[in-house]
Design a protein around this ligand. Structure first.
Ligand code: SF4
Length: 344
């Protein structure tokens, strides 16, 4: 259901029902995961019928599901219009984590990404993002503790719906997830970062940097032509000043492209003095692309170089290695197999 509690109250008022019913409906959908209005047994039958006639609970249908040996599960959910999006369940650390998509496909064209192949189809609504979380909770029986908006799509190009989604998942009458357990990932849309900074949310901003300079970044991320590295780093500094939150820089190590010791030194100099953390990622190979992941000794040298320069750095633990783990791969595979009807 694509409605905040306030919007649900407005709908309930239009139906001529008392205001307190809105909270009941909201809790059924957002806390108890009701898939149909018929499950809302403490609502009068006539009201359930009225709700059914004008709305849906927003539950998404699972079109495909792949489980890795480490417990990671990748889902392909079908939307009402026949499009499909991917989401990932990561059973790790301080709480079960879910990675959601914010768009069907993506227009940003990052060269190493399967979601970019085929371009953008459309933005998702807040309800469709929420539906991914609820679908995973229903399937796993686990309460989700943290959310990363890092699936297909560029969230800062769909910011109004992303902000609405964040308000839904943080609502005390909904999933009640703390803002600090939500991460928004961007490929570097500078105006979006500035706009998000003005919201002063306590979420984590994660920036896909992947290069220490414009020369390398231009080759793998078209967005860099519009918002070059210096401009991006400046916007991240503004974000930290406004929110007092540390920015995470994602850096996928690609064999022979951005993984040399010189690149590590350049990155260290670029980020010197920033309140930030660097997350090094062994690249997930994408069948349609010919980038290869860095060798373990190069990953170690890169990490150690940054560490010696005083930059907070970790190497992301690989999860879901034995499934189509890179973003966009399951959707593309399903499209090729034509096992999900109605999509391109
Ligand atoms: S990495 Fe993210 S922003 Fe870049 S094309 Fe893929 S989904 Fe879009």
């Amino acid at each position: 259901m694509n409605l905040t509690l306030e919007e649900t109250e407005q709908v309930i008022a239009l139906l001529g029902e008392p205001k307190y019913r809105a909270k009941q409906v909201f809790k059924w959908v957002h806390q108890k995961g009701a898939a149909t209005f018929d499950e809302m047994t403490d609502l009068p039958l006539v009201m359930r019928e009225k709700m059914r006639a004008i709305s849906s609970t927003g539950q998404l249908e699972t079109a495909a599901r792949q489980q890795a040996s480490d417990g990671t599960i990748k889902y392909l959910f079908t939307l009402d219009d026949g499009n499909a999006v991917e989401s990932v369940y990561l059973p790790r650390g301080y709480g079960k984590s879910v990675c959601v998509s914010s768009q069907v496909g993506c227009r940003m064209g990052c060269r190493f990404c399967a979601s970019a192949i085929g371009g953008l189809v459309r933005d998702l609504t807040a309800g469709e993002m929420y539906g991914q979380v609820m679908g995973i909770q229903a399937d796993t029986g686990e309460k989700v503790g943290s959310i990363v908006i890092m699936g297909s799509g560029e969230p800062l190009q769909n910011l109004p719906q992303v902000l609405k989604f964040i308000s839904l998942v943080t609502s005390p009458d909904g999933l009640n997830i703390g803002a600090r357990h939500i991460t928004v990932s961007t490929c570097g849309v500078v105006p979006g970062i500035k706009r998000l900074a003005r919201e002063k949310l306590q979420i984590t901003l994660s920036v896909s940097l992947h290069a220490p300079n414009d020369e390398i970044r231009d080759r793998i991320m078209p967005i860099n032509k519009k918002y070059p590295v210096r401009m991006l780093i400046e916007a991240c500094g503004e974000y930290t000043s406004a929110t007092k939150r540390r920015v995470t820089f994602e850096y996928a190590l690609i064999d022979g492209l951005n993984d040399s010791r010189e690149s590590a030194l350049e990155l260290g100099r670029l980020l010197k003095g920033m309140v930030c953390h660097v997350n090094l990622i062994p690249l997930n190979p994408v069948r349609e692309r010919d980038f290869r992941r860095s060798q373990p000794d190069r990953v170690k040298t890169f990490r150690d170089t940054l560490d010696r320069m005083g930059i907070a750095v970790t190497v992301r633990k690989e999860m879901g290695a034995d499934i189509d783990a890179a973003c966009g791969q399951l959707r593309r595979r399903a499209a090729v197999d034509q096992s999900v009807p109605g999509r391109r």
